[in-house]
Design a protein around this ligand. Sequence first.
Ligand code: FAQ
Length: 334
Amino acid sequence: MYTQAMSVGPQDAPSKKIKTAEELQQEQAFEARIDAGDFIEAKDWMPEHYRKTLVRQISQHAHSEIVGMLPEGNWITRAPTLKRKAILLAKVQDEAGHGLYLYSAAETLGTSRDQMLDALHSGKAKYSSIFNYPTLTWADIGVIGWLVDGAAIMNQVPLCRCSYAPYARAMIRVCREESFHQRQGYESLLVMMREGTPEQKAMVQDAVNRWWWPSLMMFGPADKDSPNSEQSIRWGIKRVTNDQLRQKFVDATVPQAEILGVSLPDPDLKWNAERGEHDFGAIDWAEFWRVVNGDGPMNRERLGARVKAWEDGAWVREAALAHARKQATKEQAA
Ligand code: FAQ
């Protein structure tokens, strides 16, 4: 049943039922393929837990893309120039496309789009914590491109090598588009910081202050508190751990902040020559879990907007279905 598929976690550890010799053989053959670096296709045999983990991650990823359209969509009508509006429109449309590729990839695992959307709308499925924060000023749009898309790329490039081939293939195109998203955000901030008024520069700094910590939270809980990581790494679903990706993101972003001329809101952030990477301050995990569990600044609005869009679109789905049925009847009659 779908609700089970969506709630894979430590509580749903692989079934302890006694396996038949055939099942054991299939499992061993699967593990051998994973060890050999093979990609798994939709029709290949796979353990139920592998399938459920993928449905959970890919559908949550798809939901994130679709919910992620809302914070930026909020600024399309208020973009400062025609050029910025065209770029933002293209970016938000890209996110819709990413959602569609990802829902399609998840569907190959035997879960329907309706089931996935039902899980989102009923609050059973998660989506990225980052989209539960408000976009208060135009600078937030640049900062989302720079930091949020920057974090998304860091996380998603390794997913192009995910052991599940349909997901890996979808991620290749997604990553190319995310690179444009990151670039456009950074460029818009550069313009504001180099040519802007003192008020505009202050607006950029304020946006960076608000988005920095939530961006670090995007990578998920610390490895020691991440119930899914070990098995997902073992199966090649995730190739790099949450903490490793977070560290790479910090190291890549610090020099970009210097070029921009903004500071990052962490007094403990400094280069550690011994380790060859940056030290950074403690993440507020209580805030992270509050937001993940539905009590962030914008959770209710975001979910409310998605449910409303679904309900408002009912007539389109009904009309499309009626048309498809009519076509099918005509073809049968012919
Ligand atoms: N927010 O054991 P782990 C984007 C949940 S796309 C909410 O470490 P896992 C593009 C996690 O689901 C952004 N929940 O889990 C864009 C799990 O709960 P569950 C989305 C989170 O799966 C840009 C529990 O905590 N990207 O930004 C978060 O091994 C701009 C324990 O965690 C993806 O989805 C979080 N931040 O690792 C769009 C990438 N972190 O399901 C518009 C694909 C963790 O057991 C504008 N996903 N949780 O109930 C992944 O790489 C992984 O799923 C992680 C989490 C790394 C997110």
